[in-house]
Design a binder for this molecule. Structure first.
Ligand code: ZN
Ligand code: ZN
Length: 351
């Protein structure tokens, strides 16, 4: 991917208030985003030069995937990192606070006489928020794989099917169609279990006259997709409480999507969905925010929530996923992914 000048300049700009002369990244998502390297290691950035600290397992791979970086071989990545910092004379070093456990941070601090460490949290959250055309292409590919796999296993979502078998069949189909490791374990939740927003697929058998919620995604070249469909099994559709819930959630989702365009606050989009559900009397049963950004991580910025401070910009990709979960009765969530375009919005998911 070459030297990520634009991306790394943005990172330094975000951290400029502290006048940092180096940045450290630990998470596989940031390491990949900033270097192209798909293995594990630590990235050390000066303004003009980048170092990748890892061990011998990754030597060949690092040279292939991140040729612009100086590869530093070290059995202890943290000691190797400290050595680079010392040799380069960096004094103020910002680090990806969410990417290192506390024990690693303590170790790094022990290794750091002569230089200071500054945690970077929210500053880095916005770094991957606006997607470049190449990233959007990969997200589209992930969606395509996930939707094909979903359509393939769709006939299995019927009375007598088992939640965890359906989840497994989705996983197999998605991997066979080209998904890398799945971005998250698929959720298949039927009947009352659909009221658990993040249910773990169980041995429960599906039966007619109940809801089935399936949340699924695939991954293409690092980029994730995430969507949810809820369906009703058997007869009786249109007469039940569940159907009224479904219509309301669907209307809430449509209103939220209609609100998306550059310049609009993320919380306005959240409110559009929330107020529609509240007006139907189910406000207390909406138990999560309306959406989240998707990219190298399945949950990243921007948050589409009540307290989000983000103003939407062209190139952002996120989910719109209102849901209503009524204990013992069941839950409905409809989740799609959208892209903020110059004119407004494009819904990326279509199945
Ligand atoms: Zn989801
Ligand atoms: Zn989601």
């Amino acid at each position: 991917m070459g030297w990520p000048e634009e991306r790394i300049n943005r990172a330094f700009k975000l951290a400029r208030a502290q006048k940092l002369d180096a940045l450290l990244f630990f998470s596989p998502e940031f390491v990949r985003y900033l270097s192209g390297f798909r293995g594990e290691g630590i990235l050390v950035f000066g303004l003009e030069r980048g170092f990748l600290v890892s061990d011998g397992r990754y030597l060949t791979q690092a040279r292939e995937e991140a040729p612009e970086f100086d590869f530093r071989l070290s059995q202890s990545w943290l000691s190797g990192t400290a050595e680079v910092i010392k040799n380069q004379g960096f004094e103020k070093v910002g680090f990806e606070a969410e990417g290192i456990p506390y024990i690693g941070f303590q170790r790094l601090r022990e290794l750091s006489p002569g230089w200071e460490l500054f945690p970077l949290g929210d500053e880095l959250k916005t770094l991957r928020m606006i997607k470049e055309p190449g990233e959007i292409e990969r997200i589209r590919r992930a969606i395509e794989i996930a939707e094909k796999a979903f359509l393939e296993i769709r006939p299995r979502i019927r009375s007598g099917g088992r939640e965890r078998d359906i989840a497994l069949e989705f996983e197999y189909a998605a991997r066979r169609l080209g998904s890398e490791t799945l971005p998250f374990d698929p959720i298949v939740a039927s009947g009352p279990r659909s009221a658990l927003p993040h249910a773990i697929p169980s041995a429960r058998l599906l039966s007619d006259g109940e809801l089935v919620l399936m949340d699924f995604g695939a991954r293409a070249e690092g980029y994730a997709s995430d969507q949810t469909r809820t369906t009703w099994l058997g007869e009786g559709k249109g007469e039940r409480e569940e159907d009224r819930i479904y219509q309301t959630v669907r209307a809430a989702q449509e209103e939220a999507i209609a609100a998306v365009r550059p310049g609009v606050a993320a919380k306005t989009v959240d409110r559009a969905a929330r107020s529609r559900i509240a007006a139907a009397g189910w406000g207390e049963f909406l138990r999560h925010s309306t959406g989240h950004g998707v990219g190298l991580s399945v949950h990243e910025a921007p948050a589409i929530s009540e307290d989000s401070e983000v103003i939407l910009e062209e190139g952002m990709v996120f989910t719109i996923e209102p849901g209503v979960y009524i204990p013992e009765l069941g839950g409905v969530r409809i989740e799609d992914m959208v892209l903020v375009t110059e004119e407004g919005v494009e819904v990326l998911t279509s199945v």
